[in-house]
Design a protein. Structure first.
Length: 352
């Protein structure tokens, strides 16, 4: 199926030209000066100037004016200039009017921290084998099916007294459709517990905070790193040319997927995907059946009827934010339409 779609993408190149993906494409009639605003990200600013914002490192790097794009702050003015035929941004820093006036701003990041942090720290992919070995919620002494703050909750493992643990719930499972047959489950954080008492082969936990009621068999993991320890300043880059990935689904199992949501890809760091890699999404084109004069968008009743597969449709982009061995989490940076699992994710080689 994947090879067939690639063939139709190639055929459709009669109306789509192959281009050098290493060359940033500046939008037509874009203003040459941009003032950085609070809440901006490097992706936002690059999308303001470029049709292919995943190539923003070339807009900023090799640039005496911007030594580190992650140290750009709200109020700074960015000037679009052309040097040797290539676009670059020059930086004009804001002026401090008085040594007594100090306004503290955070440097801008690649994507919104509020978008990334939950998926980098609070949500996880783990193998089913690993999940089976983790501590699980036994329940409450009063046999409550769902537990909330104020309840005393027992766990089936002896945990170090006073340590914080996060409770996770399995949201979805994903299988890689190749010879590895690798399988993972996605976990969503729902509560935070702390060990208050230890008995033989069990621990009594107190609830520190929760987002959903806790139920029997929920999984526990040690508290993850805080946001200050999570690197959110990675740079976007074009995925390796040989990558042919598929979107296996939404991280939390939703049927339809759109911009700013996180998906699971069936390729990981063993396939050379790294954080920041950008891939374009393609949905299979329609299938037309029937002979001349009787074409229709439907399956043929007669297996001898002619079938024609129309070219695939470009429907958006994703950026890898966390690669695992055989899978990756990727955020949808642009979606031209809601889509379901099964769409292809390919390196951005085509320019419409």
């Amino acid at each position: 199926m994947r090879l067939g779609v690639l063939l139709f993408i190639f055929i459709s190149s009669l109306s789509v030209s192959w281009a050098n993906t290493g060359l940033p494409i500046v939008k037509k009639n874009v203003p040459e000066i941009y003032t950085v605003k609070k809440g901006d990200t490097l992706w936002d600013i690059s999308a303001y100037f470029l049709d292919n914002p995943w190539l923003w490192p070339q807009l900023w790097q090799a640039n005496d004016y911007i030594q580190n794009p992650h140290l750009i702050y709200p109020g700074d003015k960015l000037h679009l200039v052309w040097i040797n035929g290539r676009p670059q941004l020059q930086l004009k820093k804001t002026v401090v009017l008085s040594p007594q006036i100090r306004i503290k701003h955070s440097a801008i990041t690649t994507l919104q921290e509020t978008l990334l942090f939950p998926y980098l720290a609070e949500n996880k992919l783990i193998t089913a084998k690993s999940a089976a070995q983790l501590p699980r919620i036994l329940g409450a002494s009063d046999a409550k099916g769902y537990m909330s703050p104020g309840d005393r909750i027992w766990v089936d493992t002896e945990l170090l007294l006073g340590t914080e643990w996060w409770v996770y719930r399995v949201e979805a499972d994903f299988t890689r459709n190749d010879e590895t047959k690798a399988k993972v489950v996605s976990l969503k954080e729902i509560a935070k517990l702390r060990t208050s008492e230890i008995q033989e082969n069990m621990s009594l936990m107190t609830v520190e905070s929760f987002r959903q009621e806790i139920s029997q068999n929920d999984i526990l993991l040690p508290a993850p790193l805080d946001s200050a320890a999570v690197d959110m300043n990675f740079s976007p880059s074009t995925a390796p040319a040989e990558i042919q990935a598929s979107v296996l689904g939404h991280l939390e199992g939703h049927e339809y997927i759109a911009t700013s949501q996180v998906v699971v890809l069936d390729r990981g760091h063993l396939d050379n995907l790294v954080t920041g890699n950008v891939l374009q999404l393609f949905r299979s084109g329609a299938e037309v059946t029937g002979d001349k004069g009787n074409y229709a968008y439907k399956k043929a009743q007669n297996w001898l009827s002619a079938k024609r597969q129309l070219s695939s449709l470009h429907i958006g982009e994703v950026m890898v934010i966390r690669p695992y061995e055989y899978f990756s989490l990727a955020v949808v940076t642009r979606s031209l339409e809601p889509f379901r699992a099964g769409v292809l994710a390919l390196p951005p080689h085509l320019v419409e």
